[in-house]
Write a protein that binds this ligand. Sequence first.
Ligand code: NAD
Length: 354
Amino acid sequence: MTSRNFAASDLTRIAGAIFSAAGSQPAEAQMVADHLVQANLAGHDSHGVMRIAKYVDWVLAGEVLANRHATVVTDKGGLLVIDGGFGYGQVIGWEAMGLLGARAKRHGFACAALRNAGHLGRIGAWAEQLAADGLASVHFVNTSGYGILVAPHGGSDRRLSANPIAAGVPMTGGDVILDIATSVIAEGKIQVTRNKGEALPEGLILDGAGKPTTDPARFYAPPPGAILPFGGHKGFGLSFFCEVLAGALTGGGSSHPDNPTAKRLVNNMLSLAFDPAAFGSAEAFATDLVRLADWTKGSPPGEAGGEVLLPGEPERRTRAARLRDGIPLDKETRRQIAAAAKRVGGTLPPEFRE
Ligand code: NAD
């Protein structure tokens, strides 16, 4: 389908106007828009402006509440339990990470248990926020029921969420940011593939009968299909612990259709933040990291012309390229954004309406 490139600043302005028209105060509209466009810049289109249409659906249905803020419900110094009040995850996540970062600086280590946030988007953004503050971090995320998409290893239907895990550490020359779903593919990437009218590679999804398929439409057809966990029992095991740590422990609830919040997309996240300086010498830590990175990247390429990339490097490269060349949006995604704008009474430039 016809793809067109848009400047990040234009997409941010357009997305911000839609969220404003949908009821967000200017700062919130800007923050949500910026997070989505940053996901596009990082190359994760599944978590970019393609999400506008769903976010508008949710806010109009009262499933996401505009202009909410993170509320600390338990404060034990190094442990904060935070309730998102079903607000936009971009705002709640940013506020929660701000609180967590301050506690990690004070105590050397801190934990934030965030529950009842709206969609937290690209989870790597939260590791980046803390890394920018000099902190290492790890994040476990689940959804409490709405996002049940993934078959357990050995099973054949949807039982678990895509359950991403992110980790980050500041490093000279570029922060290292790992950001992965525990499903073999993020659900949004199935949507992207369907929007482009393409087939998926083999080994990623099952159809409604529990049989392997490459057709993204079969995943959404009644009865719905399921995504496989990455790495068989290993991804499944990590996913299960996302449910334990982000779901059961935070109080947001693990994936289950009977969960009280299972009818709306709620993300819960357990985040751990570490201040390297509190563990010993910040300089020695920084030096060791660079040595580790150089050692790892020094491995001879497995294939001619290949190279070892550290987590976060592909996103940095894509960001540089897309800031230069623009962000590609396929026709179906443009149509969905235009329809969302119309629903909230906004207007869009003509290239969205073609
Ligand atoms: P992915 O498979 O593209 O993996 C991305 C990670 O792998 C990044 O850390 C990247 O730097 C690293 N990477 C990629 N290629 C590499 C290479 N050649 N060498 C070394 N490292 C490499 O990501 P995904 O699992 O499809 O997840 C996509 C996005 O979806 C993530 O941002 C995730 O947070 C998001 N997500 C969010 C939710 C939610 O509930 N909010 C759920 C699932 C996924």
